[in-house]
Design a protein around this ligand. Structure first.
Ligand code: RI2
Length: 312
């Protein structure tokens, strides 16, 4: 019964499916498929099994609120459903809607953000963000002559995906190692990164190393732009939750047997960029400041958000 959900969760955990937006869409699709193929008995049983499916999915990547919000969007109407069929249909429809609207959001971000790229700009990006790359590719397609530095992004080296994608789109792109960021910053006039999570006070949680780009950009007076769909905003941070920073296996950093016995390896996947280093957050709802994240969350969630607080 849980095969598809387990399969997708394990592909997300193993980074075969990665990128905050992609994992949210994959998670939502798997939940939709689970509901469509559900052959069990009562509405009560479905709700219980759906909860199990939800837990399996959410356990795959603890930091990405995108996955939590994507899965939540699928299951939100199940408790109001009057029959098993209605509940199944609500999950399947909500899953499709989430995939459509989140894909559309990336397109809006590209159109909005590309206006912030000028002819002749030299840009810097980190890791592999579809929202950030959408902007860069759109600016290039508009005929702007741009150059891009892309970090390697150890340990998974997603920067290699970035340089492939940009070069295939015809963009002039240069790969750098992560520690070359400060050295190239003085030649750069815009940083564009993605987001895994944005907190209610406007902090960015993104791939490890992002905060170094922000610091170096701040020092050099280079605008630091975060490119993100608003479903990566984390409502629970409003009520005090602290984002769990995922730590992954030490084998991703150093192969077994390559470091002396007794040496420890620390492999955090994300870091936190304080709001004060962020110039603009480019979303599908327009360009906002880190100080506006709280207002966007409250508007999006409406009065339901106070029920969450009252049930704390
Ligand atoms: P999009 C990625 O996380 C990177 O940190 C990237 O900046 C972020 O997701 C957003 O990516 P990981 O899955 O949603 O590689 O913009 O750990 O594609």
């Amino acid at each position: 019964m849980f095969d598809t959900v387990k399969g997708t969760a394990s592909e997300i955990k193993d980074m075969k499916i990665r990128g905050a937006g992609r994992i949210a869409r994959a998670g939502a699709s798997a939940m939709g498929e689970f509901a469509e193929n559900y052959g069990g008995g009562s509405l009560e049983e479905f709700r219980k099994d759906l909860e199990t499916a939800r837990s399996i999915m959410l356990g795959s990547r603890p930091t990405a609120v995108s996955l939590w919000n994507g899965v939540q969007a699928c299951v939100k109407d199940v408790y109001g459903a009057a029959s098993l069929e209605e509940a199944k249909e609500s999950v399947a429809c909500n899953a499709k809607l989430f995939v459509e609207t989140s894909s559309k959001a990336v397109e809006f971000i590209a159109k909005i953000g590309a206006k912030r790229v000028r002819d002749g700009d030299v840009l810097l990006t980190h890791c592999n963000s579809s929202a950030a790359l959408g902007i860069i590719k759109k600016a290039h397609a508009q005929g702007k002559d741009i150059k891009v530095y892309a970090t390697e992004s150890r340990p998974w080296r997603q920067g290699l995906l970035t340089v492939k994608e940009l070069s295939e789109a015809g963009v002039d792109v240069t790969l750098i190692i992560d520690s070359a960021v400060r050295s190239v910053m003085s030649r750069t006039n815009g940083v564009f990164v993605g987001a895994d999570t944005v907190t209610s006070n406007g902090e960015l949680i993104n791939k490890i190393g992002t905060s170094q780009l922000a610091l170096a950009a701040n020092e050099a007076g280079v605008p630091f732009n975060v490119c993100t769909e608003t479903y990566k905003f984390s409502p629970m941070t409003m009520f005090g939750d602290i984002v769990t920073i995922e730590e992954r296996d030490c084998g991703e950093v150093a192969e077994a047997g390559t470091i002396p016995k007794g040496v420890k390896v620390y492999n955090p996947v994300f870091d936190i960029t304080p709001a004060k280093y962020i110039g603009a957050i480019i979303t599908e709802q327009g360009i906002i400041s880190p100080g506006s994240v709280y207002d966007v969350m409250v508007r999006q969630l409406g009065n339901d958000i106070w029920k969450t607080r009252d049930n704390l």
